[in-house]
Design a protein around this ligand. Sequence first.
Ligand code: SAM
Length: 204
Amino acid sequence: MSLYRRCVIPRITHLAMRQKQLLPFRQRVIGAAEGRVLEIGIGSGLNCPLYGNAVKWVIGLEPSSGLLRMARARAEAAPAPITLLDASAETIPLDGGSIDTIVSTWTLCTIPNAAQALAEMRRVLRPAGTLLFVEHGRASEPGVARWQDRLDPLWSRVSGGCHLNRKVDDLISGNGFRIEVLENAWLPGPRTHAFLYQGRASLA
Ligand SMILES: C[S@@+](CC[C@H](N)C(=O)[O-])C[C@H]1O[C@@H](n2cnc3c(N)ncnc32)[C@H](O)[C@@H]1O
């Protein structure tokens, strides 16, 4: 792996993801988590302080060793017990039906095979479990979506694999989940990076 991917990308990811404007979205998602939680792509651990009493324990899965290092201190200081797991969402090393809540915050954009990751999430989630998500993705405005398609090949190379144009609701509902709540929002900032999908899904 290149030095850029190993050292620079984790730092850039942390700086981009700690923006204050993302906090209310994080609070909403994490505030709804309960029981045994699997956080997909925990990154530098920015959600760790937000887990509350309804959570029994959290497994924070993350394939980047640089980000896992950054997450460690936040996981140790968190109010809920958090175990970090060096793994990819495409092959989750957990038993089937063992998880009550899966959390994904701005991660489905980056997982190379997101459909395979969702199949794995489906496997590990218990039948009445919940997938909670906030993601950025394909904009509702056709003009912005066209720019996302144009920029995506370059952006995904410089950003460590983040895609601008994934249609998150179709991705989730096309891979075995039923979306129960979905809200879209625009963040301030570049329109190509600013269209959000926030919601909750259960097994279809
Ligand atoms: C934009 S960052 C978001 C980080 C974190 N979820 C947050 O909210 O700050 C995307 C995350 O997806 C992770 N990721 C990339 N490929 C992955 C995979 N195959 N499985 C799980 N996570 C992955 C990255 O390492 C990174 O932590």
